[in-house]
Design a protein around this ligand. Structure first.
Ligand SMILES: Cc1cc2nc3c(=O)[nH]c(=O)nc-3n(C[C@H](O)[C@H](O)[C@H](O)COP(=O)(O)OP(=O)(O)OC[C@H]3O[C@@H](n4cnc5c(N)ncnc54)[C@H](O)[C@@H]3O)c2cc1C
Length: 384
């Protein structure tokens, strides 16, 4: 089809942090960009709403350092841990709490201000490559299909995404003992949870995190084994069971849970001709450390120079370089996540760690700072 012209320089699929920042970066380089999102907008996303230091650094790199303040993000100052029956409260300047509805809406607005065309309520699926571009089928809410073409496609459609074409099919390698994600936001719910405090509760079958985000709403997210959800008789019952076991009072409001598929995974092929996968769509480790948003933002930033080069002239070396970069950064950034997520499942180890944190609170900040110092080094400027 369409061999004569491209409708856009870049078509970006998925308006999460990876997609919005990739679209923004490409628009700032003077390209015509379409950002396609399947949900009606703004939307709630299953997420704990904790914005880490590396996410804040990514926003700064894009000249968006004011965005969290504008959106009334809440600075986090304390960590309240209840893990395998041991409790600890530590001072921790670990980032910000902000609902994904607000954050993602703010990022899309920044992208549209830079000239990105935004198309919500439209599901995209990637089709064949042509000599000049990549075909994308757009399906609107009434099921109508429209074919368009971009010189390059960035698929940032998350772990639940389904946009892959035949030459780069969805081939996820899933972790053996996997968890599923669930989340909800309770507007102005009654709870003893203090503002500025991240509460984490863990048992052998998963963990729950709670924070107050903008407007005093409570954002609650959990990663749980499917078996424990079944045993408890559903997500709501399972989360309430964990809160009760940790002596945390239940949230008064009824929670409307949204779920995600099995979490820990990586995609074997993250690039094909004129197609690059970014953010969670390329790989994912459990959300325990609250690094997912930051990681996706940097992935959205990193894809820009390669997509930019591909828009001008596509070469197979772009695919190879993106495959290499994604593998290297995934290994480096996610090693710590793996260590932590495994440790938290070991009651004896995590009890010792929680006791160490309650007597030596500087440990948590040392750990967080050293990780953040290793992130974001030698970055390009997306606004060049
Ligand atoms: C339970 C849980 C708690 C978490 N808590 C935190 C936390 O506190 N802090 C943190 O940093 N990270 C957290 N994460 C991780 C974080 O949510 C993700 O890493 C981050 O959202 C990934 O961003 P992304 O842009 O890659 O993908 P997403 O944010 O998933 O965005 C993908 C977008 O693509 C859209 N889409 C999908 N398919 C299509 C299609 N075919 N066409 C068009 N659009 C499509 C989706 O609707 C979605 O809007 C958590 C995750 C889970 C599951």
């Amino acid at each position: 089809m369409i061999e004569s012209a491209c409708d856009f320089d870049a078509i970006v699929i998925g308006a999460g942090p990876a997609g919005s920042l990739a679209a923004l970066g490409l628009a700032r380089r003077g390209h015509a960009v379409l950002l396609v999102e399947r949900e009606s907008w703004p939307r709630h996303k299953t997420c704990g709403g904790c914005i880490s230091g590396s996410a804040i650094a990514a926003l700064n790199t894009f000249g968006l350092s004011d965005l969290p303040r504008t959106l009334e993000a809440v600075p986090l100052q304390r960590l309240d841990l209840r893990i395998h029956g041991v409790n600890a409260r530590v001072d921790w300047r670990g980032g910000l709490a902000l609902s994904r509805r607000s954050l993602d809406e703010g990022l899309v607005q920044a992208a549209t201000r830079a000239g990105v065309q935004f198309l919500p309520k439209t599901r995209a699926s990637v089709r064949e490559a042509t000599p000049i571009g990549r075909v994308v089928a757009l399906h609107d809410s009434s099921g109508r299909e429209r074919l368009i073409q971009g010189r390059v496609v960035v698929a940032a459609d998350g772990i639940g995404g389904s946009s892959a074409p035949n030459d780069a099919p969805v081939e996820w390698t899933l972790a053996r003992r996997n968890l599923v994600g669930v989340g909800a936001v309770a507007p102005s719910a009654e709870s003893s949870l203090a503002s500025h405090c991240l509460r984490m509760i863990a048992d052998r079958q998963g963990y729950v995190g709670m924070v107050r985000v903008e407007g005093d709403a409570i954002c609650i997210a959990a990663a749980l084994t499917p078996a424990s959800i079944r045993q408890a008789g559903g997500v709501d019952a399972r989360v309430r069971e964990m809160l009760a076991a940790a002596s945390v009072e239940a949230i008064s409001t009824e929670m409307r849970w949204k779920g995600s598929p099995q979490l820990t995974r990586r995609r074997r092929t993250v690039a094909a001709e004129r197609l690059l996968f970014a953010g969670d769509a390329s790989s994912y480790v459990e959300p325990l450390t609250g690094e997912g948003i930051g990681w996706s933002m940097w992935s959205g930033a990193d894809v820009v120079p390669l997509a930019d080069e591909g828009i001008r002239a596509w070469t197979p070396s772009i695919e190879q370089r993106w495959q290499r970069m994604t593998t290297t950064t995934r290994r480096r950034r996610q090693l710590m996540c793996r260590v932590l997520t495994r440790a938290i499942r070991q009651p004896t180890l995590s009890r010792l760690a929680v006791r160490a944190l309650s007597t030596q609170p500087f440990l948590i900040n040392t750990l967080t700072w050293s990780r953040q110092a290793s992130l974001g080094a030698s970055r390009w400027s997306p606004a060049r």
